[in-house]
Design a protein around this ligand. Structure first.
Ligand code: PMP
Ligand code: PLP
Length: 481
């Protein structure tokens, strides 16, 4: 196909850690390739015989395409069944005997093929040697990526408010995070360029950062989504300074319909799969001519977090290092989980049905987002609170003007934030404190935010929770009810 015309990825051996460079993988797993030899009787791998797997059949009831709600699934849901020896019996290309046994760190060929096709369909990476490999979710993928790309003493760049588990994973490795200034679209290219251009090893106490961790879509916690132009500008800055990008995108498919305001008519859903794909902000992976992006996808936010399955897309060099690490640590994602996802995604929905599901999810989150915004308009004191409608993800990020607090500056930003947090609990609601997401808690911060999610609670409860938040903030600031 068009593959011939695509360039090869850059090599990254000069930023890959010693640990990852010397890791040989799992020699016993490597021997698995000989199992394909015709007539071979294996006395090799210590794979338990599936005779002793106490599972004969697995049935799951799932939505049929186009009838995705819980209520519809009750009525028109389809039961999918996996047998123990479906493969030998020619009923399926994946079965209990295979899925429940040991596999490769990259995951089963069956499900990995689906992921690779999906990635090509959605992102079509513009270089030749891209590959996918399974992860057991993006939390683990991040941990493994940090071990591949950093050494103790390094500093990584990220949004100045960032996913706290990322900071908490990096710190014990001796790796700190430097916050890059953001606006309502997230990372600022000029801010990123400034930091990199003026990096002073002696005052910073670390080599110039070679890694950017970013959540480009519906960022956690700010809810910000980088536009296509913003992404292109940031990619160019990373090229200029030779920075490798970790694109963590659990919320990519929670891009919602445009927000039209409190009483405007809804925007109709995408009319076709092509329309839907067209409506999505292009990923870094889709513009990655250098192979400088490791993209993390996860089923957590679009299928179920308990699946503990995601996948990594990067150049063959990087994917090889990742899967060799998986071979000696996480191994493949749980076979039980892989089999369930394979039945649903490959044999039942297929790529087209999955896109229909994603459109359904998009419309659901749009509704929830609109409910929380309506509640905010109704109950929150505009004198001291402001927000931007999120375009993607599950987070609503609300700014509080602490300078209007009667006791400021005697009462610090953090003290005001803490009072509001506990007033919320007293009133029977909870929002996350912005300071919990500082990329670097030692840097100075002169903003105060709270993060609310519209993903979790039913619509009427969400309305009540925001009403309570409004009460807490009014109390704290001594405003009229
Ligand atoms: N430890 C030993 C001594 C083993 O023999 C094996 C399996 N070959 C393992 C650990 C791996 O166990 P698990 O499948 O639970 O990762
Ligand atoms: N990355 C970000 C930015 C997240 O917000 C989350 C979920 O909270 C994760 C990763 C975790 O994803 P997973 O469930 O795939 O480990």
């Amino acid at each position: 196909k068009s593959y011939q015309s695509k360039p090869k990825a850059k090599r990254w051996n000069y930023i890959i850690s010693n640990e990852a460079m010397v890791r040989k993988g799992n020699s016993l797993k490597e021997a698995a390739k000989f199992l394909a030899t015709p007539g071979l009787i294996s006395l090799g791998g210590g794979l338990p015989s599936s005779e002793y797997f106490p599972f004969e059949e697995l049935s799951i009831k799932v939505p049929s395409i186009g009838h995705f709600s819980e209520a519809d699934t009750n009525v028109s849901g389809v039961t999918l069944t996996a047998g123990k020896h479906d493969l030998a019996e020619g009923k399926s290309i994946f079965d209990i005997a295979t899925a429940f046994n040991y596999g490769q760190g990259a995951g089963s060929a069956q499900l990995l093929r689906w992921m690779t096709e999906h990635t090509e369909l959605v992102h079509n990476p513009p270089y030749e040697d891209w590959r996918c490999t399974m992860s057991i979710g993006s939390t683990s993928a991040l941990d493994m990526a940090l071990r591949m790309f950093t050494r103790s003493g390094d500093i990584i760049l990220s949004e100045e408010y960032t996913f706290s588990a990322f900071v908490e994973t990096a710190r014990p490795m001796g790796v700190r995070v430097c916050g890059v200034p953001i606006d309502e679209q997230g990372l600022l290219p000029v801010g990123l360029d400034n930091i990199l251009s003026t990096w002073d090893v002696s005052t910073r106490g670390a080599r110039r950062p070679h890694l950017l961790y970013t959540v480009p879509t519906g960022q956690n916690p700010t809810g910000a989504t980088q536009s296509a132009e913003r992404r292109r500008a940031l990619y160019a800055v990373c090229q200029k300074h030779d920075v490798y990008i970790i694109e963590d995108e659990p919320y990519y498919f929670l891009q919602m319909q445009p927000y039209t305001g409190p009483n405007a008519p809804d925007v109709p859903p995408p009319a076709s799969h092509a329309d839907f794909l067209q409506s999505l902000v292009p990923s870094y992976l889709s513009m990655d001519v250098d192979g400088r992006v490791m993209r993390l996808d996860s089923f957590s936010k679009v299928i179920a977090p308990g699946s503990r399955i995601g996948w990594v897309t990067a150049s063959a060099e990087v994917v090889d290092k990742y899967s060799k690490h998986a071979d000696v640590s996480t191994q493949n994602p749980a076979g039980m989980s892989q089999l369930i996802l394979f039945k649903l995604l490959d044999e039942h929905w297929g790529h087209a049905g999955y896109l229909d599901w994603l459109i359904y999810i998009r419309m659901q989150y749009t509704k929830r987002r609109d409910v929380i915004l309506q509640a905010c308009n109704k109950y929150l004191p505009r004198e001291v609170m402001s927000w931007k409608p999120p375009m993607a993800g599950m987070f609503h990020w609300m700014q509080i003007d602490f300078k209007k607090h009667p006791d400021y500056p005697q009462k610090s930003i953090e003290a005001i934030e803490e009072s509001i947090f506990f007033r919320n609990i007293d009133h029977g609601t909870m929002c996350m404190r912005g300071s919990w997401f500082y990329a670097n808690a030692e840097e100075n911060h002169d903003t105060l935010f709270f993060r609310a999610t519209y993903a979790a609670s039913p619509e009427d409860k969400m309305d009540e929770a925001i009403r309570r938040l409004g009460e807490s903030v009014r109390e704290e600031f001594g405003l009229d009810k």
